[in-house]
Design a protein around this ligand. Structure first.
Ligand SMILES: Cc1cc2nc3c(=O)[nH]c(=O)nc-3n(C[C@H](O)[C@H](O)[C@H](O)COP(=O)(O)O)c2cc1C
Length: 268
């Protein structure tokens, strides 16, 4: 089993690394497991420049020449991945935020359907929930990848009580076991009704916005779901009816004929 651990601390081997290492040790004790660490502080991943090319025209149109595509290939070849970040001002570290931004196109065009994900947050005290929720929208998990488990551990710079340490050890054991067992299953997930509806909404928007988001249009055009599968016709009809109402209610979010704010040309 191959696991990629994406490490978001600028310290590299700080408290977050120690936690992920404990998970690795426990998983290795369960079976044949190989970990590969990608320390974002050392990775060749440039800051997102906000050109929106990856989203609109395709990730191959990203002007930044670095290891983004190679990292995606590593993740695709894995059975699961860990995203580890310390809490910085209530959210992920800047390094992890850039990592998430550089793969933002996956929220439009998800592809990690077989891989499992474990989100690991460490903090002195606060910000566990908010940081986990940011990690959980990374890499298109909401549309494809299944979150298996989340782990938030306090790592304050002072010694802790025996009970607090026992609770952390127990939480790490549970996370490692759950993650290991889920990574053994390499089958494609059965779509839930909600994820199917979500797919249909994205497909419809990609059609409406094809002029602005051609990469999405190409991705969704002609698909029944993100991957080949049989859809129960009754479920499909129910989902399409609900999505039709939803799209109607959201019609002001789609393209119209007023450009706003005014373009540079119109301002003159
Ligand atoms: C810039 C910065 C911001 C931080 N913000 C928070 C915070 O909002 N809440 C908190 O409890 N700890 C905060 N911390 C503490 C770190 O989350 C904590 O030291 C963590 O264990 C560091 O993990 P690492 O050793 O893996 O880098 C902050 C630390 C830094 C350097």
């Amino acid at each position: 089993m191959k696991i990629i651990a994406i490490m978001g601390s600028p310290k590299g081997k700080g408290s977050g690394y120690k936690i992920v290492k404990m998970i690795e040790d426990r998983m290795i004790a369960m079976g044949s497991v190989e970990f590969e660490y990608i320390f974002l502080k050392d990775a060749n991943l440039k800051p997102c420049i906000g050109c929106y090319n990856c989203m609109a025209r395709g990730e191959d149109k990203c002007p930044l020449k670095d290891d983004r595509a190679a990292i995606e290939q590593k993740l695709l070849a894995s059975d699961g991945f860990i995203l580890s970040s310390p809490v910085y001002m209530g959210s992920v570290s800047g390094l992890m935020k850039n990592f998430i931004d550089r793969f933002a196109y996956l929220s439009h065009r998800p592809r990690f359907h077989r891989q499992k994900m474990l989100a690991v947050v460490n903090t002195s005290i606060t910000g566990k929930k908010g940081t986990l929720s940011t990690l959980k929208i990374a890499l298109g998990h909401d549309r494809g990848t299944r979150i298996v488990h989340e782990l938030a551990i306090a790592t304050p710079p002072w010694s802790q009580t025996e009970r607090a340490v026992a609770e952390k050890e127990q939480a790490i054991n549970v996370a490692a076991k759950k993650f290991y067992l889920s990574c053994l299953d390499t089958s494609l997930p059965s779509p839930t009704f909600n994820s199917y509806m979500d797919f249909l909404v994205m497909q419809k928007f990609s059609l409406e916005c094809r002029q602005y988001m051609p990469a999405d249009y190409t991705f969704y055009n002609g698909k029944v779901y993100y991957f080949d599968m049989k859809v129960n016709p009754i479920k499909a009809a129910a989902a399409k009816a609900i999505v039709g109402i939803y799209i109607y209610m959201m019609k002001d979010m789609g393209p119209g004929n007023v450009s706003w704010p005014a373009t540079k040309k119109e301002e003159k």
